[in-house]
Design a protein around this ligand. Structure first.
Ligand code: AMP
Length: 196
């Protein structure tokens, strides 16, 4: 039985932390486009050189590059039982690309956290792209480009289209284990569909 999941939520909402719990419980790999880009930067690849400047400014790497990166990643054998997308899709064109490629997604789960709380959390984190101006820019980019995905997936789920992923929103405030348990409850009770 496969499980293909998209985690939505603003930067600092806890997607990365929660992704680890989900991948362990369901035996699927975490696909974090942010981690893939940071690895490319570290290895100083052509992609890394390009991504570095974009990431430092808190902007988004182009949809075409990201989509190509993800398409290649999900061909790998560890993705046969599914995967968890963390930080992808980030824009409507990325979501449209997943749909156009007929990549079946079982569930889209939004981890909801207020902006005020996000700013508090991110200013305490020690990542290179976490200085205050980058944090603000990333939040602005999130509101403009990523937040519309909530509506996109909620609307699609409401149409009753059998290809539409289930859509759920969970409260991302509370302890790490409380949030983990909210996610597990949603995922353990997903209606199983014949997508694979
Ligand atoms: P993250 O670790 O997911 O917060 O990503 C860090 C940075 O990598 C983002 O601020 C973007 O510059 C870039 N990035 C990660 N994922 C994507 C994506 N799906 N589309 C475009 N840019 C991305």
């Amino acid at each position: 039985m496969s499980m293909r999941i998209i985690l939505l939520g603003s930067p600092g909402a806890g997607k990365g932390t929660q992704a680890k719990f989900i991948t362990e419980r369901y035996g699927i790999p975490q696909i974090s486009t942010g981690d893939m880009l940071r690895a490319a930067v570290k290895n100083d690849t052509p992609l890394g050189r390009l991504a570095k400047q974009v990431m430092e400014k808190g902007q988004l790497v182009s949809d075409d590059i990201i989509t190509a990166l993800v398409k290649e990643r999900i061909q790998q054998t560890d993705c046969r039982q599914g995967f968890l997308f963390d930080g992808y899709p980030r824009t409507l064109p990325q979501a449209e690309a997943i749909r156009a490629e007929s990549i079946p997604i079982d569930a889209v789960i939004e981890i909801a956290v207020d902006d005020e709380e996000i700013i508090k959390r991110l200013s305490g984190r020690q990542r290179e792209d976490d200085n205050e101006s980058t944090v603000r820019k990333r939040l602005q980019v999130y509101h403009e480009q990523t937040k519309p995905l909530q509506h996109y997936y909620a609307e699609w789920a409401a149409t009753g289209d059998p290809m539409a992923p289930c859509y759920a929103k969970i409260d991302g405030q509370g302890s790490v284990t409380q949030i983990r348990d909210r996610l597990f409850t949603v995922l353990d009770n997903l209606p199983r569909r014949n997508l694979s």
